[in-house]
Design a protein around this ligand. Structure first.
Ligand SMILES: Nc1ncnc2c1ncn2[C@@H]1O[C@H](COP(=O)(O)OP(=O)(O)OP(=O)(O)O)[C@@H](O)[C@H]1O
Length: 454
């Protein structure tokens, strides 16, 4: 259990200066009904006793924090097309503060009103979008994926028109707690404007405040850190069976923390071609192409950082190191999800390779597979008749982990497949019944406890 921390405001973003953001005002909403308040996350940043509606629906500044919300400026490649018209169009940075590990954390919003970057948008978030973001963040956190967390979700009483939801549809405002909101697209905007001085300032900011490094350690150093973290991120998506859906450069955080949960899905089985977003016609961000998509995004970051350094070969070398880092992280992630004690190196790689082969038979779903094989158990039954499972058992050998938590005695693993997500939403939409949503959050947290044991 996390002991409550003191609240430690630290609005460092102001060091970057006016050209990085625009002060904005939050929309005034007709209602403020709390739908999800993350007390666990609040304890980690000393906000457990906060007046939630006042600060996370009406957005009155927190003591000692930003005097006004800031809409951050950024560009980005969306499905590989460059878009210079982005920026926080329905969100802003509300506050910055330190967590229990002394990391600089951001409280940023979604659905909090229009900004100079809204283009033709209304600056709003649908309640369904907010509910889906809670479910994704809770599940990813439980599965050990480095992710932003949903801090608060309020229903606002507005009605919205959307093409991809039956309309009018209910509205919400969400606050997210994340380790920074500096996107690859934040660097791209500066490179686009050939703002070398701004790039240098941003690199220093990230090194010092997000990575705890000397601010002058250089662009190559920042690139190496971001490459390492995003390789871990890519591996953890695969181990979780998660398809983000929109891995554009404006959705990749320099800290390697996953965020922005729109059309995400969990893959029911290990199918590299499985696609989440209905508009991803080419399967660019399909399950198995996520590592490649993330590395492509890193290449764009390298292109920006190249304006700051003569060390282009070094940037290239770091980029090429992504594959090795990804495979190492995949091996340790697989071993962790199987609940096996880590041995590192070739032994873990062998287990991971055997696990991927076994999963590729699609004899069972991804969650079922890890649930059944947890702790090195060798389950029997029809699904496990394929010889690849015998090879997996061989690779696991005598390694045994724990499965003491009562979760491991359940008949079904806790999953997040689309039918359940839709059923949770239908209960809310049709009967304003929040019980399935709340029960799911509790079940996910219980699984998270079980995953973390041993
Ligand atoms: N309803 C809206 N009104 C105004 N701008 C919007 C709206 N929906 C999306 N945008 C803007 O379009 C761009 C792409 O949207 P996207 O859904 O990737 O980001 P987001 O979900 O709004 O924010 P984040 O990336 O912080 O999660 C962003 O610049 C976003 O601010």
């Amino acid at each position: 259990m996390t002991l409550p921390q003191p609240y430690r405001p630290d609005p460092r973003i102001l060091e970057l200066g006016d050209s990085f953001y625009d002060p904005v005002a939050a929309a005034v909403f007709p209602g403020c009904t709390p739908r999800f308040l993350n007390l666990r996350a609040a304890q980690e940043v000393g906000l457990q006793d906060v007046d939630w509606a006042r600060h996370f629906c009406r957005f009155e500044p927190l003591d000692g924090n930003l005097p006004a919300p800031l809409a951050l400026r950024y560009h980005g490649h969306q499905f590989r097309s460059y878009n210079p018209d982005l920026g926080d169009g329905r969100g802003f940075l509300f506050a910055q503060l330190r967590d229990q590990a002394d990391r600089l954390m951001d409280l940023g919003t979604k659905g909090s009103g229009q900004t100079p970057w809204s283009r033709v948008g209304d600056g709003r978030l649908t309640l369904q979008g907010g509910v889906r973001e809670v479910l994704a963040t809770e599940m990813l956190e439980a599965l050990g994926v480095p992710t932003s967390r949903t801090f608060a979700l309020f229903e606002t009483g507005e009605e919205l028109e959307r093409n991809d939801e039956p309309s009018p549809t209910r509205a919400a405002v969400m606050t997210r707690l994340s380790h920074g909101h500096i996107r690859i697209g934040s660097f791209q905007r500066l490179a686009f404007h050939e703002d070398v001085e701004g790039l240098d300032r941003l690199v220093r900011y990230c090194l010092e405040h997000l990575y705890g490094e000397a601010p002058d350690s250089g662009a190559e150093r920042l690139f190496a850190l971001a490459t390492e973290r995003t390789a871990v991120l890519a591996a953890s998506y695969m181990v979780a069976g998660f398809v983000h859906g929109v891995l554009n450069t404006d959705n990749i955080n320099i800290t390697g923390e996953s965020f922005d949960y729109g059309p995400w899905r969990w893959a029911p089985e290990w199918d590299p071609a499985f696609t989440a977003a209905y508009f991803d016609h080419m399967g660019l961000y399909a399950f198995g192409r996520q590592p490649e998509a993330i590395q492509w995004n890193l290449a764009q970051l390298a292109g920006c950082l190249a304006l700051l350094t003569e060390g282009h070969e070094r940037l290239q070398e770091i980029l090429e190191g992504f594959a090795g880092q990804f495979h190492a992280a995949l091996a340790s992630g697989m071993v962790r999800r199987l609940g096996l004690p880590a041995r590192g190196g070739d032994e873990d790689r062998l287990v991971a390779r055997a696990a991927v082969k076994a999963l590729s038979t699609k004899a069972c779903g991804i969650d079922r597979f890890f649930f059944d094989w947890r702790g090195g158990e060798k389950p029997t039954g029809e699904s496990y008749a394929d010889p690849t499972f015998a090879a997996l058992a061989d690779a696991i050998g005598d390694r045994r982990g724990t499965r003491d938590h009562p979760y491991w005695s359940d008949t079904e693993p806790c999953s997040m497949l689309i039918d359940e997500v839709e059923a949770i939403w239908s209960a809310i939409a049709e009967r304003d019944d929040w019980a399935p949503f709340e029960a799911k959050v509790a079940a996910i947290r219980r699984m998270g406890e079980a995953m973390g044991e041993g």
